[in-house]
Design a protein. Structure first.
Length: 254
């Protein structure tokens, strides 16, 4: 029997961190030798000589996943965890670096572990520096919008997306909703889903995108659906379509 892979997991979202650790341990193929939600702390704890693979989030405050790797003189194999669209990360598939698209699925994780096991004992495996150079050339992270434009006559209001609790489509119009008011947008829900950072916004209904940072509670609803109650004095409730329930639960670590 081949020895288990020794993994260190870094993700600034505690729920996502705990979920990935649970998934890895449940495979019976991995020993999690360390975990950290703070990339700066991770740098002091990570021991490359006792770690086979680093599961690393890309978007983190302070240090991104790429910036963290640049501060390591050498590193074990690297698996990036990311909420980017598949087309933005497909370049990883041709490198000695792998990726897991959030929310991580068990079947995809198993394929990653198969690949890592094959690579672990490969003496010809690329160095960290050469891998990073290829990734930097082939991957360009999509530029997600930070503000939404709302036209009111001759005036254009710019709304910070961090302040938007959710985006709703109704009566053939689309609105960015904040705790204070609604802003009429020119974009469709589908267009906004592509423009907004998927690490922050999730499509929970054909007519609703929700800002995960504003989710306060979830409640069972009729027909296997859920209701999301948002933060703020209004305690707004939005419905989760039945086919979106699983994705929401996975993103919230439930």
């Amino acid at each position: 029997m081949k020895p288990r892979l020794r993994a260190f997991v870094i993700d600034d979202e505690p729920l996502a961190l705990r979920r990935l650790v649970r998934l890895l341990e449940a495979t019976g193929r991995v020993d999690v030798v360390g975990r950290a939600a703070d990339p700066e702390i991770a740098l002091t704890q990570l021991q490359p000589d006792t770690t086979d693979v680093l599961f690393l989030d890309i978007q983190m405050p302070g240090l991104s996943g790429f910036e963290l790797l640049e501060r390591l003189p050498e590193a074990p194999m690297v698996v990036f965890t990311t909420a980017y669209d598949h087309h933005a990360v497909q370049a990883f598939e041709t490198n000695a670096v792998d990726y897991l698209l959030k929310p991580v699925e068990r079947a995809r994780l198993d394929r990653t572990l198969d690949r890592l096991t094959r690579l672990r004992d490969d003496p010809g495996r690329d160095s960290l520096r050469s891998v990073l150079e290829r990734v930097a050339q082939s991957l360009r992270a999509p530029a997600f919008v930070e503000r939404l434009a709302s036209r009111v006559g001759e005036r254009v209001d710019l709304v910070d997306v961090a302040h938007v609790t959710h985006i709703a489509a109704r009566d053939r119009a689309t609105y960015a909703v904040t705790p204070e008011k609604e802003y009429l947008l020119d974009n469709t829900i589908a267009e906004l889903e592509r423009k907004l950072d998927p690490a922050r916004f999730l499509r929970i209904h054909r007519s609703t995108l929700v800002n995960l940072a504003w989710v306060a509670e979830i409640h069972a609803h009729l027909g296997g659906r859920l209701l999301v109650r948002l933060k703020g004095s209004g305690r707004t409730e939005v419905e989760v379509a039945r086919d979106r329930v699983r994705a929401l639960k996975e993103r919230l670590g439930l």
